[in-house]
Design a protein around this ligand. Structure first.
Ligand code: SF4
Length: 73
């Protein structure tokens, strides 16, 4: 298993993550930021465990995010 770490408070709402991987990301109508689906959040740091297949696709999102607030560990 791999972990996706997402620092939500720094999101600028560009929606690239949602466009590249809609099965994991949604854009919030409330504050315009991305939401990492099914993640657990502590102080705006969201964490989600994912399979190898999913994390491979998330690596494209990591590279594409303009503010570099997504990590895969
Ligand atoms: S790609 Fe990064 S900045 Fe853009 S919406 Fe997703 S998390 Fe936010």
């Amino acid at each position: 298993m791999f972990k996706i770490i997402y620092y939500r408070n720094k999101c600028i709402g560009c929606s690239i993550c949602f466009e590249l991987q809609p099965e994991l990301w949604r854009m919030s109508k409330k504050d315009g930021k991305a939401t990492l689906l099914k993640s657990t959040a502590k102080k705006d740091v969201c964490v989600l465990s994912v399979s190898n297949t999913i994390q491979l696709r998330t690596r494209d999102v990591v590279m594409a995010c303009p503010v570099k607030i997504i990590k895969v560990l």
